[in-house]
Design a binder for this molecule. Sequence first.
Ligand SMILES: *Cc1c(COP(=O)(O)O)cnc(C)c1O
Length: 387
Amino acid sequence: MSSSLTPEAVIAALRTVVPPGPLALHEPHFSGNEWAYVKECLDTGWVSSVGKFVDRFEHDLAETTGARHAVAVVNGTAALHICLKLAGVEPGDEVLMPALTFVATANAVSYCGAVPHFVDVDEATLGMAAPALRDYLENNADLRAGACFNRTTGRRIRALLPMHTFGHPSDLDALADVAARFRLELIEDAAESLGSYYKGRHTGNVGRLSALSFNGNKIITTGGGGAILTNDADLAKLAKHITTTAKLPHRWLFEHDMVAYNYRLPNINAALGCAQLEQLPGFLDSKRQLFQRYRAAFSDIAGAHIVEEPAACRSNYWLQTLLLDEASADRRDDILAATNDAGLMTRPAWTPMHRLTPYANCPRAELPVAESLERRIVNIPSSAGLT
Ligand SMILES: *Cc1c(COP(=O)(O)O)cnc(C)c1O
């Protein structure tokens, strides 16, 4: 017999899965070589802008993701900024992105002097909805001289920037088709999807450039950090150059050949990253197990379900999601209040980008699914090691 979706039922279901006591939404887990590698940085004095852990971390990231090149940077937002810039996003361009994302996706576009353009998401992937996007562009964009233009604003639409929500891959094949049809650069915001695969390929490999994040709440952390992934050797070289002040190699001269950024990841952070990456397979197992236990625990509660990885995908299950049915959406706030009061940290989805003050006037498609999901998503405790 199924029980109804009361805050008490949600707390009881959570407690059948997680250990007693207060729980954060997502905590880092340091149970490998973190101390040893960080100590090595301190002992040798290599804490900052150069050192062997940066090279090793980039190598290990490329190996893990299957991307030919990885460039470590100071955070995921910086990685996105450089991805967009190297993909040719210029001031006055528009960049298509899901309305349901973390604000960093939109901010990185703004840093380029470009304008975010919000499109709807899909209920099954929680990411950009390719069919709706295609219809929208057919009706609202023109192709001229090999470029795509917004019929209303007249601005060039330069790029498509899907985001793999909570680690669940977006439908990359379908999105790549739309990008090709409308001559858009495809860039993946893979900040949440290290360890997630779309049809057997690690996320971040379909876009020409992709961004990862290693913020403290992500599946692995470097304290703060990010990386740019690409399969293009020239872009990788340029990414390294532009994130390291464009300094030309010389024994003593300070020569710089372009306006560039100090976005490099310090060695001490990369040391943490190397140790964390060694533990990624274990984190992935633990998160998959947590998903299975939550799914079973909530199977008897009517009016909500635990979000499962999309078809043909293997999700990293970074953040677990209790998704309320439309008819139960009005219970969300009671559930959030009661779980947090009980020491079980839960969170709603982000406020959609088009409702944030800095982005309220940006161009956008109809956003019925993003609006609906935003009222129904409850993220629940998701740390690796909870099982
Ligand atoms: C975490 C995150 C980023 C990047 O965040 P940083 O804190 O700058 O590393 C970008 N996009 C999304 C969707 C994210 O979740």
